[in-house]
Design a protein around this ligand. Structure first.
Ligand SMILES: C[S@@+](CC[C@H](N)C(=O)[O-])C[C@H]1O[C@@H](n2cnc3c(N)ncnc32)[C@H](O)[C@@H]1O
Length: 300
């Protein structure tokens, strides 16, 4: 694999795609990557589709549908992602994540790695038993949508949902999507939360928002715990450990000053929040992969 990786990096400097022939992974099923598979006196090296898909992701490529090459082999093609096709580069402020942005095309709940981790977090806080739920950086409301999907209509209608975002276009979509009467949305700056007099919440969710350069991470987090959570309130904080590029969710947080994914800021921020919650008598867990979820529930 070391040789393949070096060859792939070298080839992609000159070309926008890679094509190569490998053992059909279906044939060596159950082997580990690198194990030899002998067929008719020929020796092949086994690697799973997952390993090939991981390689594509590491190379910032999308893997195309494999084509049969011979009875035992397939042709794999990777195509370079267009690195300029990403909302991360936008310089806008309020509408960086608005409905006209590239971000608006993303459906995080359709990515299994995001969905399963977020679902686990919702279940671990027993979302159906919460009454008032606040979401900071709600955008068009996907995070409320999953709650609506997993609860019965009656359970869902017992909730009172509040979503905040400074993107006017995103909030206007959210208002249309959640018009059953139990959700309120504000086009508002999270820095100015106090002037909304929102009261306390049984669950606060904020995904991909707290680390925004427009927000004061530590003081905002402390004020959420102290001033916005009810006595037995819970928290779900989602920290991106990925980038969205050319239609793909690519593992690894981009850090300033590093040409590769570097996780110091992510780890530091999560650790800070986890310690803080534990000191305030919360049980805090960290789960997930492309998004890391810090879930805090009160120890009673
Ligand atoms: C990366 S997006 C995450 C949106 C959504 N939670 C998700 O994960 O798909 C960050 C969201 O926070 C909003 N946001 C960022 N800073 C804000 C601020 N100071 N006040 C209000 N909203 C803010 C953005 O408009 C955007 O919708």
């Amino acid at each position: 694999m070391n040789t393949i990786l070096a060859w792939a990096h070298e080839t992609l400097k000159e070309s926008d795609h890679l094509t190569f022939e490998v053992l059909n992974p279906d044939i060596g099923r159950g082997s580990y990557a690198g194990e030899s598979v002998i067929i008719d006196d020929a020796t092949y090296v086994y690697r799973s589709y997952k390993a090939w898909s991981d390689l594509g992701e590491l190379l910032f490529c999308r893997m195309l549908t494999p084509k049969p090459a011979s009875e035992h082999t397939i042709i794999l093609t990777y195509e370079k992602l267009d690195l300029s096709d990403s909302f991360h580069r936008s310089q806008e402020k309020e509408e960086k994540y608005g409905t006209a942005s590239r971000f608006a095309a993303i459906r995080k709940n359709e990515e299994p790695a995001f969905l399963s981790a977020y679902l686990r977090a919702l279940r671990s806080v027993k979302v159906g038993e919460k009454k008032r739920i606040l979401n900071l950086g709600i955008n068009t409301g996907d995070e409320f949508d999953l709650i609506r999907q997993i609860l019965s209509h009656e359970e869902y209608m017992n909730l009172s949902l509040v979503g905040i975002d400074h993107s006017e276009s995103a909030i206007s979509v959210a208002r249309e999507r959640f018009n059953e009467g139990n959700a309120t949305f504000y086009v508002y700056d999270i820095n100015d939360l106090a002037s909304l007099n929102l009261g306390r919440f049984d669950l606060i969710i904020t995904i991909g928002t707290l680390q925004s350069s427009t927000l004061e991470f530590k003081s905002l987090f402390a004020s959420l715990v102290q001033e916005y959570l009810s006595k037995e309130g819970a928290m779900i904080l989602g920290f991106p450990n990925c980038r969205w590029i050319g239609g793909e969710m690519i593992y690894g947080a981009k850090a300033p000053n590093y040409p590769y994914s570097e996780m110091s800021i992510l780890v530091k921020d999560i650790y800070y929040c986890k310690k803080y919650l534990q000191q305030k008598k919360f049980r805090a867990t960290v789960t997930g992969k492309d998004y890391l979820f810090l879930t805090g529930t009160k120890i009673v």
